[in-house]
Structure formats: C-alpha cells, structure tokens
Design a protein. Sequence first.
Length: 317
Amino acid sequence: MFNNLDKQIIKKIKEYKTIVIARHIGPDPDAIASQIALRDIIRLNFEDKEVYAVGIGVSKFKFIGTMDKIDNINKEEALLIILDVPEFVRVDGAKRDEYAYTIKIDHHPCSHPECDIDLIDESACSTCQILSQIVFNNEITIDKASAEKLFTGIVSDSDRFLLSYTTPLTFDIASRLLDIYNLDLSKIYDNLYARPLSERKFESFIINNLTITENGFGYIKLTNEDYKKYDVDSNTASNMINDFNHINELKCWAFSSYDEKNKIYRINIRSNGVIINDVAQQYNGGGHKFASGARLTTPEEVDELFKALDKRCEESK
Ligand SMILES: [Mn+2]
C-alpha cells in the first residue's frame, strides 16, 4: 500500500523533533481537518515532539481546530509536511527551502515531484481518507477527537459520499472511524452544514441568476453588491458550489467571486463528467478533473476562462 511511502513518512516523523504541518490557501474542511488531526496524532504518539499547524485561521472552521504560532523554531532542522495541496505555490505559511526535509500527503493530481517524499493517491476522496488509511494500516494510536476530524474531512470532501471519488474504501474507513470511536454524527453534521438563512437566500439568488449556455455551461459573476444585499462574504459562493450538482441542465458550472481585499476574482468550477482541470490550469488554476478553481486578476480573464469552459462543454457533446 502506498509503495511503503507511509512507512517512510512515519520513519521521518520519528527522526525530527520539530514538525510543521501546512495546507493550502483558502482552506476547506479537509485541509484543516487533515492538518489538525495529523498534528494531534503526532503529539499523542510522541510527547517529546514540537508539532505546529500553520496558516491563516478560518473562524468558520474553528470547530475543527485553531492554528499555531511559530516564532522561535529552527526551520533548518525541522520537518515540513504539506497536506491536501499539490504545489508549494498554493501552500499557506510555509516555504520548501526553509525546511530540512519536506513531505507531501495529497489526493490532487500533480505531474512532478514537489517534496522529498510525495505520497499522492488520486483515487482517494480526501486527504483525511489517506491519513485514516495510514493510521489503520500502521496501527497508530489516535483519540476520538482526531477520529472526528478525519471523518469530518472525508464527509466534506466527498460531499457526503456523493462525488465520484467515493469508493468502497471510503465507506470502509468511515465505518471504522464511526464504529471504533463512537462518533456523534449529528454533532459533526451540524458543525459542517448548519448555516444562516441569509446563505440559503443567497443560494436562491445564484440559482435565479445563473446564465446557462446552450452547451450546458452555467455561470454567474458575483459582485460586492450581491454579498452586501444578502449579508454574506466573498467566500460564501465557494462553499456552495457543490450544491449545484445533479441539475439536469448543467454539465459544468462556475462562480466568479470578486474578493476586494485581495483584488482577485476567485473562480470555482465543477462539472458532471466534463474534464475541467486542464482548462483551469491555463488560467492560473487547477484541481481535480471535475472540481477545479482559479484566481484571476481582470474581468477579461474571467470572460476568457468562462468561454473556454463553454467550449469544453460544446466539445463534449
Ligand atoms: Mn481535499
């Protein structure tokens, strides 16, 4: 399994006293949950180690855990583990060259080596699934809190077992986590899915204003005025993009959310079987075959990307 890379990773974790764990910018529950779970599992198993989770905290995901400050560590002697992120350009709060040794554990496609050890399983629904597999296969001790986090990442990234990355292994691992650690499902789902009515109204606004081309490409460009009107922020649409799955008329859909603070257009793209990540890659983005994103600086680039996605839908007819 994993070509023994999991064994090599465990060996490296044993070797280093200081370990820093990072994940992608604009984190989702899988990114944060894998990060916090791995940190806490290492702390639980090796009391003498200093382990830190780095990156900008997200208040919405505080229920998973909070980030650490690393002021006084010697990075040159530390191990860096990046999770749920294919490339360093998208890593939040850590640079490869600053660390003694680097490890990546991820489920996003990546065609080139990125770290000293790259454990990539593109067939996994989530990074939390890979971590759970490493835990179970190596009989590593974890506690209920970490099991809860791993389960949270699996549920969130598989979109409640809806996406095509959901496999028998996904159910097997979820079942074992539930069974062994007696997890409280309603608590986990409340944390992940409870939201204010304003967000549901905003979702209706998107549905009502989505432009759908004759090729089955649906898109909307969200503005500051839209966020203000519905009392939501520029990240809100990103978190509901999966909810537009299973609409007959949509082959592929994309939201453009203008982020005024960073002066960028954040694009979220999903599809029902049309491959989109190579298109996103041409526009400062990337991701999975059917779930990608991009960050653009001008409205013209947004139009170009949307045109390219529409063309991809046309070609797939
Ligand atoms: Mn993920």
